[in-house]
Design a binder for this molecule. Structure first.
Ligand code: Q0Z
Length: 287
């Protein structure tokens, strides 16, 4: 008899289950958050898009960095994974100056201990991608830390290994995305260690929820960039004058439809698979 999946926890838009002692099931819902608030309206198939993209990247990068993927379930929204001992840090790789990195740079001229050239503009491409580690806040906001603080949490050799792995993954994915008209401005990786002590990529990888995707054709440094996936949602929420506290507003059907189409576009551009083909047989992204 198959063992029951035991619920371990909920993320903002995902659920985590144990499958016996050694495996986990990661299930992506269709919930969407904006300005850190989960909205009452779901975006149909968003969880499938994110799961399909994660599985695609895990399959394509396993030679670069080992990862936790064991199987993609036929519901298209669930990943069976190897259970790891997760590192208590996140590794964010940034190829462009956005979000908290832009704010830190404006204030101090540096980001997580990386001193950057003077005069950079918001959303400008960095000459070299940088890794900006962060602590994982139980609830609320992750805190940017420098490499020394990250090394103090996980050990110097392990941090340097994770930093190098994160840079390899980013270089591969950013080049793949750029060739398809999408800028991967930054992305967050979470690593763990398997039973043999091998550094292993976990969690979700290179999805729009863990990354900033920008449309290359619309890229214009010197200000904030439109989000490839969530811009309709943000624009609609801004138009309401909502104060960005819980509960968020319901989304009208046109915003839901437009947003779903953006997620599907990103999926099709990046994977080269028709989304309908993924729905019919999710395993297409692994081949
Ligand atoms: C991932 C999270 C989610 C809530 C733990 N392979 C792994 N081994 C051990 N732990 C994890 C993983 Cl992926 C792990 N999270 C994040 C995901 C819901 C929290 F779907 N927490």
């Amino acid at each position: 008899m198959p063992e029951a999946a035991v619920h371990l926890g909920s993320g903002k838009v995902r659920e985590l289950y144990a499958l016996g002692d050694d495996r986990l099931l990661l299930v992506a819902s269709d919930r969407i958050s904006t300005f850190d608030v989960i909205l009452p309206t779901e975006v149909p198939d968003k969880g499938r898009v994110l799961t399909g993209l994660s599985a695609f990247w895990f399959a394509r990068t396993r030679e670069l960095v080992p990862n936790h993927l064991l199987a993609l379930r036929d519901d298209g929204r669930s990943l069976e994974c190897r259970r790891l001992e997760m590192l208590p840090i996140e590794c964010v790789v940034r190829g462009y100056l956005a979000g908290s990195a832009w704010r830190d740079y404006e204030r101090t001229g540096a980001v997580c201990g990386h001193r950057l050239p003077a005069g950079l503009r918001e959303a400008e491409r960095l000459r070299q991608p940088i890794v900006t580690p962060a602590t994982k806040a139980e609830s609320g906001h992750d805190e940017n830390i420098d490499a020394a603080a990250a090394a103090a949490r996980v050990g110097r050799a392990r941090y340097e290994q994770a930093e190098a792995a994160a840079l390899r993954l980013y270089a591969f994915a950013a080049a793949h995305a750029e060739a398809r008209g999408i800028i991967l401005a930054d992305t967050k990786f979470e690593f763990g260690v398997d039973g043999e002590g091998t550094l292993t990529l976990g969690d979700e990888a290179l999805t729009p929820d863990s990354s900033r995707f920008w449309e290359a054709d619309a890229y214009a440094p010197g200000g904030p960039q439109a989000s490839y996936d969530k811009q309709f949602v943000r624009d609609y929420c801004e138009s309401l004058g909502w104060d960005k506290t819980h509960p968020g507003p319901d989304l009208p059907p046109a915003v839901v439809t437009g947003t779903r189409a953006r997620y599907v576009d990103a999926f099709e551009l990046l994977t080269g698979c028709a989304f309908d083909a993924y729905l019919a047989d999710p395993q297409v992204v692994l081949r």
